[in-house]
Design a binder for this molecule. Structure first.
Ligand code: ADP
Ligand code: MG
Length: 472
């Protein structure tokens, strides 16, 4: 971030200066909100009070007690420091201070303070104290704020159906797809909708890792009966990221039991995973075949229009109108998943607020500079040609050659398609880089592969792999 982009040095009225200073901290908190898991954010970041020095050379964070201070220092200080610097455009000294009861304040400079390991003492064991049947639903994740598009239409429709008539069709519902595509959101939406219609329904959302840890606890404490009672009594079990069951034999066994018990009494089960059931590794065959016995649906990465709609919707939810051209600019550049799209949006909002500038393409470009430069650095047409040639075991030279056999022509078309998808190059430029081919040849390849991708699962899978490899 260059100094020029944040005109803080300019003389501004005293009040505006104070507003700007608190804006710096607020922008930092906004950015942290996107990086830190929600529960941790609420526990550790939200309560922090900060004082920004008049010349913005220093930020002092006040923490309630010693234990918290150590934790914030070890876990978050480095990141906070880096963010402040990024936002301000020059280094900002970070100090952590203990706000003692008598108003005396002890300072612990962040760099030289005593190192105390507090990791042991900290546990986020919300469930241990919480009610036995907290449903763990996040009420903010609903169908209403889940944008629909071709990428998630099937999954959304199935989930909606389950929410309105649990225990009937599509049981279990198995939703799979890459990270940040809205699987977890969809699950919470199902739970929230069911509770809206039937407030007394017994619903539980649980991440597979938490289930594993519940099994371990029940095992250690010999409380399997309670464990069973708890799980087997549900009307709706939402279990997230079941790929985490891999290699956990005891967990798989318990899950199998719960699964059978729930299906027998027509309770509904919704699962998510990063892959389709048969693609799961180190999970017992009998469980895999159960997973696949209801309805299995994929969520795909969102297409451009859906990404645009998501950005506009999310900005609106934050009380900001994002001009369509800006949404297009961002959506064109942030392609992989919705979580990254949200991250990009938060950055833009934070920059705009802090800068007190309208959201424009120029501002978005500035806010996303790191992200855009990484993309430009990593993905070049040459890189794509090499990666695709390696993948399909042909020579890189065949990317520019005039040879026409399908074994070569097809990978070449795939490379052209990826070049169009992943770089900013125009069709004629891409044609040039593929041995001086006409732009219509490139266009034909882009349309052909793009169309086939919708129909052919195997091709789609290969393209996913190539895209992930190229994005690094
Ligand atoms: P996954 O579980 O597939 O990794 P999440 O459900 O955690 O993904 O989604 C990542 C973020 O993107 C969440 O904040 C979620 O609310 C948001 N999100 C995903 N898909 C959509 C969508 N179609 N519309 C609006 N927000 C979405
Ligand atoms: Mg998830």
């Amino acid at each position: 971030m260059s100094e020029a982009s944040f005109p803080l040095g300019h003389t501004v009225p005293a009040d505006a200066g104070a507003a700007n200073r608190s804006g710096l901290w607020q922008a930092c908190v906004d950015l942290l909100a996107q990086e830190v898991p929600e529960q941790q954010f609420n526990t550790w970041i939200k309560p922090l009070l900060a004082e920004v020095a008049e010349d913005i050379s220093k930020v002092t964070i006040y923490v309630a007690n010693r234990f918290k201070l150590d934790w914030v220092r070890t876990q978050y200080a480095g990141r906070i420091s880096a963010m402040l610097e990024q936002l301000h455009g020059q280094p900002v000294r970070l100090e952590l201070a203990l706000a003692l009861r008598e108003n005396t304040i002890k300072f612990y400079p962040s760099k030289s303070g005593p190192e105390v390991s507090v990791v042991e003492a900290v546990s986020f064991s919300e469930d241990a104290s919480g009610g036995a049947l907290k449903n763990r639903l996040n009420t903010a994740l609903t169908f209403d704020n889940l944008v629909e598009g071709t990428a998630n239409r099937m999954a959304r429709a199935a989930a909606m159906h389950v929410a309105s008539m649990p225990g009937h069709l599509y049981n279990p519902l198995f939703i799979y797809g890459g990270v940040g595509l809205g699987k977890t959101h969809l699950m919470h939406a199902v739970g929230n909708k069911l509770l809206q219609d039937r407030p007394d329904a017994k619903v539980l959302y649980i991440h597979a890792e938490q289930f594993v840890s519940d099994v371990v606890k029940a095992y250690q404490r010999k409380t399997f009966d309670e464990f069973k009672e708890r799980y087997h009594s549900l009307d709706l079990l939402l279990i997230d990221d079941v790929q985490f069951f891999a290699n956990k034999d005891r967990t798989q066994e318990e899950f199998f039991n719960a699964f059978e018990a729930l299906l027998a009494k027509k309770s509904h089960i919704v699962m998510t995973s990063d892959t389709y059931p048969k693609g799961l590794t180190d999970i017992h065959e009998r469980l895999v075949s159960r997973f696949d016995s209801g309805l299995t649906v994929a969520i795909e990465p969102p297409e451009l229009e859906m990404r645009v709609a998501i950005l506009i919707n999310k900005a609106r939810a934050e009380g900001t109108e994002m001009p369509e051209e800006v949404a297009f600019f961002v959506a064109k550049n942030v392609r992989s998943n919705v979580r990254e799209l949200e991250g990009a949006l938060r950055k833009i909002l934070a920059y705009s607020r802090f800068n007190q500038k309208e959201i424009s393409i120029a501002l978005a470009r500035e806010a996303l500079r790191d992200l855009l430069s990484i993309q430009n650095r990593q993905i070049s047409v040459e890189n794509i040609q090499k990666t695709v040639a390696d993948y399909y075991k042909i020579k890189v030279a065949d990317m520019y050659s005039k040879k026409r056999p399908a074994s070569i022509a097809r990978p070449r078309q795939i490379a052209m398609y990826l070049a169009k998808e992943l770089t900013q190059k125009s069709l004629p430029e891409i044609g040039e880089l593929f041995g001086g081919r006409d732009h219509t040849t490139v266009l034909h390849a882009v349309r052909k592969i793009g169309g086939e991708r919708q129909q052919m699962t195997e091709l789609n899978q290969q393209l996913h792999v190539l895209e992930q490899t190229l994005k690094g």
